[in-house]
Design a protein around this ligand. Structure first.
Ligand SMILES: C[S@@+](CC[C@H](N)C(=O)[O-])C[C@H]1O[C@@H](n2cnc3c(N)ncnc32)[C@H](O)[C@@H]1O
Length: 374
């Protein structure tokens, strides 16, 4: 495995920020996915260590940090262990749920009991409720029945209920009729044996969701306990809404975010199983950059207006001169205009190298870390 020095020593990029660039070897997966960062998979997150460095460079503990594109909550979680208060906004109901569960303070003893009771009681429940075409297509009947039984045992309200929803969703993701080599964005369900590129052998889609419910119930309690031990006494506010219009607290000390980019990731679509099972509200028409908008000139123009509107809205709540840190792989150089349009002044443009392997993909590319001022 190449070291940091071998990967970056020879690069002719004087603008490369070595503190923000990690060789795979130096930043192990278990560190990138430490404690609650792996409560549920999410395509399109940045590494927590990147946020750690940005917090250290631009913020002091006790401050209030905004992430208007909160996603899976990486910024929010890192703020809480750094000692800053945080407010996050996301248009995806599932992402907002995940952010709340990750950053919340939970009664873990009660949670462990609720999970154990639910798992022990699965056979006493008759799965009911309408089954959508999506659920019928993407799950084997036995797997779906167990997921529906577990769902029926989630209390109607309460903080632990949300944690159980995340456990259900993670188990559903693993129990889908998706090929092992493409759990991130499977296109069609696999219903019989298939050649698996991940395991290099013929695999068969699972019919067993219970194994995942058991495994993730245990893993979730463990991860939440690890996080609880290092979470600071700070407040986190998660807003499920459109960041162009969201009403925020005033006097925010700065912002760290990674916006969506046109056509790259369907942030609602990647968690469709959760929307279907949990009956979450789909706000895809308000999702900026969703691939369904296409890549036309008009789509890019709309994207720029939308992201500029998010930053202009945030600026109204930021302290004058507050740092605005934006991590973006801006291949079309849209952000010079976006920042101007939002009334933000660009101070520095760092370049970081993303040296990471995910599944079968070898993701090596440069991305920008823009530091602007309100
Ligand atoms: C690149 S992801 C952020 C990932 C995040 N940094 C993390 O580590 O998990 C961009 C997020 O912007 C959200 N988003 C898109 N349009 C939005 C809008 N109008 N208001 C708020 N959030 C939006 C998407 O749902 C997605 O979760």
């Amino acid at each position: 495995m190449a070291t940091q020095e071998e990967v970056y020593g020879g690069l002719e990029r004087p603008d490369l920020d070595r503190e923000l660039s990690w060789a795979e070897h130096e930043l192990k997966e278990r560190e990138r996915t430490k404690h609650v960062h792996r409560l549920h998979p999410y395509l399109g997150k940045f590494v927590p260590q990147l946020v750690e460095v940005c917090l250290r460079r631009h913020f002091v503990s006790g401050g209030l940090v905004l992430d208007p594109f909160a996603g899976s909550g990486t910024t929010l979680v890192e703020c809480t262990t750094f000692g800053a208060h945080a407010v996050g906004v996301d248009i995806s109901a599932f992402n907002a749920l995940l952010c709340r569960v990750k950053t919340g303070r939970h009664d873990l003893d009660r949670l462990a009991v609720l999970l154990a009771d639910a798992l022990a009681g699965l056979d006493d429940v008759t799965p009911d409720g309408p089954v959508s075409e999506y659920l019928a297509d993407w799950f084997a009947p036995e797997a779906l029945a167990d997921l529906l039984r577990f769902r029926a045992l989630i209390p109607v309200a309460g903080d632990e209920a949300d944690v159980m929803r995340v456990v259900l969703s993670r188990a559903a993701r693993s129990a889908r009729r998706a090929p092992h080599h493409n759990l991130e964005s499977p296109r069609v369900p696999v219903t019989g044996p298939y050649w698996c590129h991940k395991h290099r052998r013929t695999c068969t889609p699972t019919t067993d969701a219970r194994q995942f419910l058991v495994r993730y119930a245990r893993d979730t309690v463990k991860r939440l306990a690890e996080y609880a031990a290092i979470r600071g006494e700070v407040e986190v506010d998660v807003i499920h809404g459109d960041a162009r219009l969201a009403s925020l607290p005033s006097g925010i000390d700065g912002l760290i975010t990674s916006p969506p980019y046109p056509g790259r990731i369907d942030y609602h679509g990647q968690h469709r199983y959760a929307y279907e099972l949990l009956g979450l509200q789909d706000r895809r028409p308000e999702e900026i950059g969703n691939p369904s908008r296409g890549l036309s000139r008009a789509a890019f123009a709309a994207y720029c207006d939308d992201v500029a509107a998010v930053f202009a809205n945030a600026r109204a709540y930021l302290q004058p001169g507050a740092p605005v840190v934006i991590v973006i792989d801006d291949v079309r150089d849209l952000y010079t205009t976006i920042l101007e349009q939002a009334g933000l002044e660009l101070v520095t443009r760092h370049v970081r190298h993303v040296n990471r392997r995910t599944g079968r993909r070898d993701e090596g590319y440069f991305e920008a870390v823009l530091v602007a001022r309100a």
